[in-house]
Design a protein around this ligand. Sequence first.
Ligand code: ADP
Ligand code: MG
Length: 303
Amino acid sequence: MNKRIAIFTDDPGWHGARLKQAFAQQGCSSEFVSLQSCGFAIDNDRYGISIPGFESLPDGVFVRGVPGGTLEQVVLYLDILHALKHLGICVYNDGRAIERSVDKGMTSFLLNNAGVPTPATWVLEDQHQLSKIMLSEFEAGNELVFKPLFGSQGNGLLKISNFDDLPEREDYNGVFYLQRYIDTGSEDVSDWRVFVIHGKAVAAMLRRGQGWISNVAQGARCHAAVLDQELKVLAETAAGALGMNYAGVDILRDGKHQPYVLEVNSIPAWKGLQQVTPVDVAELLVEDFLGCCSDDSYTEVVS
Ligand SMILES: Nc1ncnc2c1ncn2[C@@H]1O[C@H](COP(=O)(O)OP(=O)(O)O)[C@@H](O)[C@H]1O
Ligand SMILES: [Mg+2]
């Protein structure tokens, strides 16, 4: 089908190589492009977007990385994604899905709003309100987890059970995101990572870390897992609530087997997952992506 694809990334690595290979197998060419090298160029060109390596617009863009930066820089990167979508190009995942999921507060809000069980969560600036929440949670015997609002890969997480361990607001860029800790009721803590493509849970694994943080980036081990219907539906609903073409959904079960969706990742890794699942994740992604690029009947995944 000979399409020209831009893969937005600053660090192609294993995932970039797998995608490139899967695109080539479908007869498509793909180029790695950093969003840092893109911009608006509004000088009589009708499209007004410059993407190095692409004289004309690509047939689709696969987003594998949005760099951090100043507010202005990040807004520009997201603007490029929004603008491409505005021009009718398939942006996978699109800027809106990425914005919603990078922001843990918005993710929690949307999950809860879609009826997806997620732990009790508060996002706030005010220290006085924070004290009141902590007091009532500690009195009820709960522990609390603080997370960086835009964090990922298990970085910057802090679990506390008393006021002495309260972090500084500056450590969290002025906004506290705190969540009730979900006790799995087992010494051997693990959670599920479910990979959803176009509304279907296609692969899953159990992640087991050293402590309570089960990210592969923090050294957790990946184990093959068969999803039951409940978790499958939950993961698919969660991905839909965030409007994602593809997603990595983190799910935890408490001691009473009640599941909670912790977060929905819009640029999920699948290297660990690929080692324990029989499906070829890159092939499935490319197949769905090309459907999005070429088919007017490709259904939007936004719920
Ligand atoms: N509320 C919670 N209760 C219990 N464990 C949690 C909770 N929140 C996070 N964790 C653990 O920490 C990991 C990382 O949290 P997550 O919200 O997915 O952030 P990140 O974006 O850093 O992956 C989870 O996969 C889980 O193992
Ligand atoms: Mg996570």
